[in-house]
Design a protein around this ligand. Sequence first.
Ligand code: FE2
Length: 251
Amino acid sequence: MNYGMKSMEVGALSRRIAIISDIHANFNALSMVMTDMEQFEVDEIFCLGDIISIGHQTNEVLHMLRGLDHLSVIRGNHDEEVLKVIRGMPSSVTGAEHDHHVWVADHLDSRFIPFLDAMPLSMNKSIMDFDILLTHYHLNPDDTYCPIDMSPSVETLGAIYEEDPYDIILFGHDHMQHHFESGQQVFINPGPLGLAPNGLAPYTIMEINGQAVNFIHRKVPYDHNDFVEGLKRENPPAIDFIMNVLLKERG
Ligand SMILES: [Fe+2]
């Protein structure tokens, strides 16, 4: 599948990359974002994890992503937890959240397991003058995720990455859209593509042109009510938490 992507040109003067994160098994949102990005003729797509879990459209999302050309994808904590269920490994979470992951694993088409299995925890990219980190969230030295900071700033993010050589740090996980620039580094969270409670799916276009980089933050309308109604019909474990917390409009 080639969603309006231009072919890679040797010596191309600019590179345009779509950054998506936290799709959370929302195919309604993902399909509209893929249509929206056609106008930008992106060279590639970076996906920052949490592809599945919370939403109910697991196999539709995995099918679409697996068919994409020029996709670089890392895993998120929810992808990891579902894989642990499939492998029979101990879960890092308990209660309704764990039950939810079991439910996702039960509904997941086994043909997609190798695709999920192949996703690394993080990834480094070097594009023109920029060294780029893709990570679902900030990692401790033992590769566990740091606790979520609900109010990050350029100072706190700069402190986390001050020893690291990256020019651009791309992350998701906290389900907020961020764009901070310190002068030395840029920190981007494109927002939770599949968990926007207002029916506007966020993602980001990154355009690199030699020594310059520019970001365009998009919000794409999709049929949110259809997604919510479908999710309610499926009635997975933790549905109350999903409806009242994760999909609730933030004030
Ligand atoms: Fe997430």
